[in-house]
Design a protein around this ligand. Structure first.
Ligand code: N01
Length: 493
């Protein structure tokens, strides 16, 4: 099918209705740009918080940091919000900021091609849309990674990935295996340990864990925040300053003392594991922060339950009724949960992006993603990212990062629309930016010797490798137009 639907077109087309895409829509409306459409592959807003519904799912960033700074929420139930509460927050935001009429659900974008004047966008249905500007707000953790283990397809019982949870998955009284020990596993394991007859946790690499409690927020405090919103604003600002000056700086190599404190706290949490042999098997052999730290005061207690066992020998194969490990053991199971993470380096892919002179984003990024300040790519005119590659998402609230980046994208969109021009960063400015970033990456804890989803295929972290304060400052600058290639358009949509 090749049809162009005029009424569905928008001058700006946003891909994704998670935190970043909704934010982009809000800021466009604020600027008086109402001719935009948000194409969402799913059937509702929420992004990762719509997709991740496994038992125990929640945020490990404090609630008051995990919402828009202009829409602070006095009603969070806990210090760290449950996943469904965040999804409902985003539904509410979509209503409050009048985004409903812009949303197109079940509309995955499969390709977008620069015509020389605008973008020709193809949806999975075959429908074509035209847009002057495309904003990719597709997120980083949206494509589940399935392990390549011999026999996985032979398993007779239910196999479910945490990011594609099926509510009907049987758990009560079942023998359940969880593969993986990252944040998702550390949330699902304590949530189901009391329901299953036996739980086997398959660990390939132990994680550093910080024991963090998640108390409920009292009714009177919520009422006070509702009456005095200034309290929330202070709390948001103070927390941001504290977290960025300590934790965020530590991970990029600017605060060795904080890292030392984190290591002492993680070792202290580990000491709560009573059995010395189990403790030894749970002790990571790399620096805390190299892989993403897990925040939980429930994971170690769950692992010490009599009906839970840790299997830390390599998985050699899966049979119809269990998992074989390298020590020759067969672990009998009824249900298998894959907490094996995401293909975090896909970004907009498998969508095909074809820029100026027919250049393919995949070719441009053959070695590694190349971006200008995480928001734009050379030779991709009027194509912008929110939370693109090399964003500071390992040491900063992604919501905060999205706000800074949308703030930087807005002047580019405004100029492109007002002056009818195509804007992309120059090769030179981008190359200089990337060189600085990759050089700084060597100092970060993420490069200190471990495997993680932060690392690109060349082993370099695809994260902003300097202080998040610097990222914020770079993005807050007025655009230096000499860093951009700006071309007049003849036939502007
Ligand atoms: O995924 P992960 P996740 N055989 O990649 C193991 C965010 N998040 O979904 O470490 C055996 O961290 C793998 O082993 P190894 C958060 O940013 C946020 O848990 O590679 N094991 C690892 O243990 C987080 O960092 C929230 O050796 C295999 C695990 O699977 C990110 O999502 C909540 C394997 C994957 O861990 C990803 O977390 C949840 C195999 N073949 C998640 N393949 C919030 O609260 C993989 N593994 C905001």
């Amino acid at each position: 099918m090749d049809q162009t639907t005029a009424d569905a077109n928008g001058r700006v087309l946003i891909i994704g209705a998670g935190f970043s895409g909704l934010l982009m829509g809000i800021k466009l409306r604020e600027a008086g740009i109402t001719d935009f459409v948000i194409c969402e592959k799913g059937d509702s807003v929420g992004g990762t918080w719509r997709d991740n519904t496994y038992p125990g799912v929640g945020c490990d960033i404090p609630s008051q940091q995990y919402c828009y700074s202009f829409a602070l929420n006095p009603d969070w139930s806990h210090r760290f919000s449950p996943g469904d509460e965040i999804r409902r927050y985003l539904e509410d935001v979509a209503d409050r900021f009048h985004l409903r009429s812009h949303l197109r659900f079940n509309s995955p974008v499969v390709a977008t091609e620069w015509t020389g004047n605008d973008w020709n966008v193809t949806l999975a249905s075959g429908e074509r849309l035209r847009a002057a500007i495309v904003v990719a707000a597709t997120g980083v953790l949206h494509q589940p990674a399935y392990p390549n283990i011999p026999g996985l397809d032979q398993f007779a019982g239910p196999v479910v990935h945490t990011a594609r949870w099926k509510p009907e998955t049987p758990l009560d009284g079942m023998r359940v295996g969880v593969i993986g020990t990252g944040t998702s596993a550390a949330q699902v394991v304590p949530a189901i340990a009391g329901r299953v007859s036996h739980l086997t946790v398959f660990q390939r690499t132990p994680n550093w864990i910080l024991s963090v409690a998640n108390p409920a927020i009292s009714g009177w405090w919520r009422a006070l925040n509702r009456r005095v919103p200034l309290l929330m604003r202070w709390s948001h600002a103070l927390h941001f300053q504290f977290q960025t000056r300590t934790w965020s700086e530590a991970l990029v190599g600017n605060s060795p003392f904080t890292l030392w404190v984190v290591e002492q706290l993680a070792r202290s949490a580990l000491r709560s594991v009573r059995d010395p042999e189990l403790r030894r098997r749970l002790t990571p052999q790399y620096r805390p922060g190299c892989k993403r730290i897990v925040f939980s005061n429930r994971y170690y207690p769950a692992l010490q339950r009599p009906n839970v066992s840790l299997a830390d020998e390599a998985i050699t194969g899966i049979t119809p009724n269990g998992v074989h490990t390298a020590d020759g053991q067969h672990h009998p199971l009824d249900v298998l949960i894959l907490a094996t993470g995401f293909r975090s380096h896909e970004y907009v892919r498998p969508m095909r992006v074809t820029g100026a002179d027919g250049i393919d984003l995949d070719d441009l990024w053959a070695e590694r993603p190349i971006v200008w300040r995480s928001i734009a790519v050379p030779r991709m005119p009027n194509f912008f990212f929110v939370v693109g590659p090399y964003s500071p998402i390992a040491n900063q609230s992604v919501v905060q990062v999205a706000e800074w980046q949308v703030g930087a994208v807005m002047p580019l969109i405004r100029r492109a629309l007002e002056e009818r021009v195509a804007i992309s960063p120059t090769d030179g400015a981008t190359a200089q930016y990337m060189t600085d970033l990759l050089h700084a990456a060597k100092r970060t804890v993420w490069s200190s010797g471990c495997q993680s989803w932060f690392l690109g295929k060349d082993g370099v972290p695809e994260l902003y490798s300097r202080s998040p304060f610097r990222h914020r400052a770079e993005l807050a600058e007025r655009p230096r137009w000499s860093d951009y290639d700006i071309r007049p358009l003849t036939d502007f949509h």
